[in-house]
Design a protein around this ligand. Structure first.
Ligand SMILES: [Zn+2]
Length: 236
């Protein structure tokens, strides 16, 4: 008898590690039954070009208030008002959560990066859209580039004000494919957008959020099952 409980504990190792997630409860089992799972290996040599014109992914991010919370084996940055959003194929998806995985979950041209940031969005019907940025870790506090303003988090107030554009690389070319959530219930379909230019994340920033404890919170690569992966060049 499998448990029907949204709070069933899961982890990245041992008896409730990734290979057992689908056995832990009905909800996880249902999510895992979606055939096109994430993450997958991405390769510039195995893509189809995609040009959706003005209906391609566009960002309308703005400075807003975030709080931080630890759950689901990572640290999440949650916006209070969800004012930032992206648009894709005529639909708007509000930014609802930013979190990260150490090391990266997606692999580009056979290369894994130390960190992968996920910017999770949701439309009015509850459909998710995830933007991923693979990052290098740089020592010290960033004087410029991503996260320069959010390098030091206000741990007393659990509140920080920043523009989530800080997490995005300058160049917006990206892979696009349809997959699943990478954490239980691993449900799909989810529209994925993975930037191919690496971002930079400050060690000082990460170390505030138990970097050592969270190390290894990446789901193993999943079978592509012949699905199409598209590549969107940066639009001028
Ligand atoms: Zn994630």
């Amino acid at each position: 008898m499998v448990k029907r409980n949204m709070d069933v504990p899961w982890s990245y190792t041992g008896d409730n590690g990734p290979e057992y997630w689908h056995t832990l409860c009905d909800w996880y089992e249902k999510g895992a039954s979606y055939p096109y799972q994430s993450p997958i290996a991405l390769d510039h040599q195995q893509v189809e070009p995609l040009d959706l014109g003005t209906t391609g992914l566009t960002f309308t991010y703005q400075t807003e208030r975030f709080t931080e919370k630890e759950f689901k084996n990572t640290i999440h940055f949650i916006p209070f008002e969800c004012e930032s959003y992206v648009s894709f194929k005529g639909k708007d998806y509000a930014l609802t959560d930013i979190h990260y995985h150490l090391p990266s979950e997606h692999v580009i041209d056979g290369e894994q990066k130390p960190v992968e940031i996920h910017l999770v969005h949701m439309d009015h019907e509850g459909n998710n859209l995830v933007v991923a940025v693979l990052c290098e870790i740089v020592e010290g506090i960033l004087a410029e580039g991503p996260l320069r303003k959010a390098t030091v988090w206000d741990m007393d107030r659990h509140l920080e004000v920043f523009d989530p554009t800080l997490f995005l690389p300058e160049q917006r070319s990206h892979f696009h494919y349809v997959g699943s959530l990478t954490t239980p219930p691993t449900k799909g379909p989810i529209n994925w957008f993975v930037f191919d230019q690496p971002g930079k994340l400050s060690r000082t920033f990460l170390s505030q959020f138990k970097e050592e404890i969270l190390q290894g919170n990446n789901r193993p690569l999943q079978d592509k099952k012949g699905r199409a992966v598209y590549y969107v060049s940066e639009r001028k």
